[in-house]
Structure formats: structure tokens, C-alpha cells
Design a protein. Structure first.
Length: 127
């Protein structure tokens, strides 16, 4: 079996991956910058404000592990766990389902879909 993805599949995987990665970069950057909207959101979610930078750095580490091809599957697993925590926070405060609670599911789904398209090892494992 051909272990390399086709050029079209590889590029589709890169495009699908870029969408959630760009969002996560924005998200972690504003946490590390510790801007006022982050402080307000953490207060609304019941998370101590002093944890914003720590959460941003944790998100950065998970994302970097995802972006390294040899560790991408581990990174996807770590990002999935990270996003699961975000889901729980939004459930706990009663946020709207489709815009807040499921948004991390959309991001996680795109991370895994992009990896599936790019990585023949993952396709082989699932097939």
C-alpha cells in the first residue's frame, strides 16, 4: 500500500489544519498577553485570573507537539484533552450550545480531520 498521501490530500490536510491552528494561536496569544477580555472571560468562567498565562503556555505546548509531524498524533490527543476542559467550563456556566459549548468540538474535529488527511499512519490505524 502506498504510505504517502497524494499531493491533493496532503494540501487539503494542510488547509484543514490551518484553520484550527490559526484560531489556537490567536487564543493562546491573547492568554499569554493577558489582555482585558481574557481577564473578563476567566472571571465569567470562574477561573482564577492569574492562570491565564499558564493556560496559554499549556495550549502552546500542546499545539507545538501537534505541529511536529513525528508527534502530531500525541499532540492531537493533548489538544483534545485541552479542548475538553474548555467544553466543561462552558457547560458549567450554562453557555449556549452551538456557539460556545460545541466550538471546541469543531476545533478538535478540524485538528483530527487535517491530521487524518496528512498522516498515512493515522489512516492506516483507523482503516
Amino acid at each position: 500500500m502506498n504510505t504517502q498521501p497524494s499531493t491533493k490530500r496532503r494540501w487539503a490536510g494542510r488547509v484543514v489544519t490551518a484553520l484550527p491552528v490559526l484560531f489556537l494561536i490567536f487564543d493562546l496569544a491573547i492568554k499569554i498577553a493577558h489582555i482585558q477580555p481574557v481577564t473578563d472571560a476567566f472571571a465569567r468562567l470562574g477561573v482564577p485570573d492569574h492562570l491565564a498565562v499558564t493556560v496559554g503556555v499549556l495550549e502552546l505546548v500542546c499545539l507545538l507537539i501537534y505541529l511536529i509531524p513525528q508527534t502530531a498524533v500525541l499532540g492531537a490527543i493533548l489538544c483534545t484533552g485541552f479542548l475538553g476542559g474548555a467544553i466543561m467550563l462552558h457547560v458549567r456556566v450554562g453557555d449556549p450550545l452551538f456557539s460556545h459549548i460545541l466550538f471546541p468540538v469543531y476545533i478538535g474535529g478540524l485538528l483530527w480531520a487535517g491530521l487524518y488527511l496528512r498522516d498515512p499512519r493515522l489512516r492506516e490505524l483507523i482503516a
